[in-house]
Design a protein around this ligand. Sequence first.
Ligand code: UDP
Length: 382
Amino acid sequence: MKILFLDQSGKPGGAELCLLDIAKPYADNSLVGLFADGDFRKLLETNHIPVEVLATQAIKVRKQSSLFQALASLGQLTPLINKVVTRAKEYDLIYANTQKALVVGALASFFARRPLVYHLHDILSTEHFSKTNLRVAITLINRFASLVIANSQASKTAFIQAGGKPDIVKVVYNGFETKNYQIPEIDVQNLRQKLGLAEKFIVGHFSRLSPWKGQHILINAIAECPENVTVILVGDALFGEDEYVQELYQKVTALGLENRVKFLGFRDDIPQLMTMCDLITHTSIAPEPFGRVIVEAMLCGKPVVAAKAGGAMELVEDGVNGFLVTPNNPQELAQVINTCVQEKDKIKKIANHAKITASQRFDVKIINQQIQQLLKREQRKN
Ligand code: UDP
């Protein structure tokens, strides 16, 4: 099957890393069209997936944009839509992976007469989007998409609650190449030494730096933990949240935690860094649509504590394969961290169990088969 994948981002966020795995089996005769250049393009090229940057300028609509801002961007989109329509005629199906890709993909699917599949990586609620963006997304999906692949039950439910058609949406979780998460002990020890953390209890946080990802919650929590507990914050401000980054630095200084919180920036050695941690935290203060980092922590055999909302609740069963805490509650998070510091054997058992079950549940081969079946069905329908 020849697929035109569309993604608005040049940067490798969770949706893009998921797309990378989905596009691999189709690499021979498909194309990933991006609306911005960046490291994601390089990543696709490294994985031998054909890629083209289709837009020549950044699209200015943001998740919280008003109707006026959204309309003003339409003129700017015309050359991009024209290009996508031309490309789409050479493919069997358009696969939109992000919201702006949906807008462009929907119009292209109409003009090029190609089916549209939308991979929904978001919780379509006012916690994440402006009312205008929600209305535009739901209208376009209901009118043009024949299939919506939701990355969790939580994303599916929010889609339906926002007015999305229930009969076109199927849940498929993200898949992972499990062997990538098996890291030799010697590499882990070397990394600990290199970062000067050999004797520490390391709490990891892996996410772009953004207010809703809640890095500040972890910093507040760590102030209530023993001196030996150290945090690594892995990730960067991918979408212009530089003010938040400054706030985080100020908080660290104000709490006197300069020696206990390390900012490592964006990294591409996530499995190594996760395996080096004693505990991995997820602290989103708005419901997480899926939470790749939670599954990755499990695949590394590391205990994970996640904020109890959205997709995270489908991944973690409290006390069985990880821990759940109330979102936006640093005291509760600190309590769980302190318990984990004290009860290493108990949490090791939980982490081992999580590793085994996650390896089966999120195996990329099985997930890709599910996607393939759904896409074949779409092709047959059209
Ligand atoms: N990630 C990464 N480098 C970093 C920080 C994060 O490669 O420095 C990856 C992380 O391993 C995960 C993804 O980015 O696979 C984030 O996905 P998630 O679903 O957790 O959040 P999203 O970015 O989609 O909101």
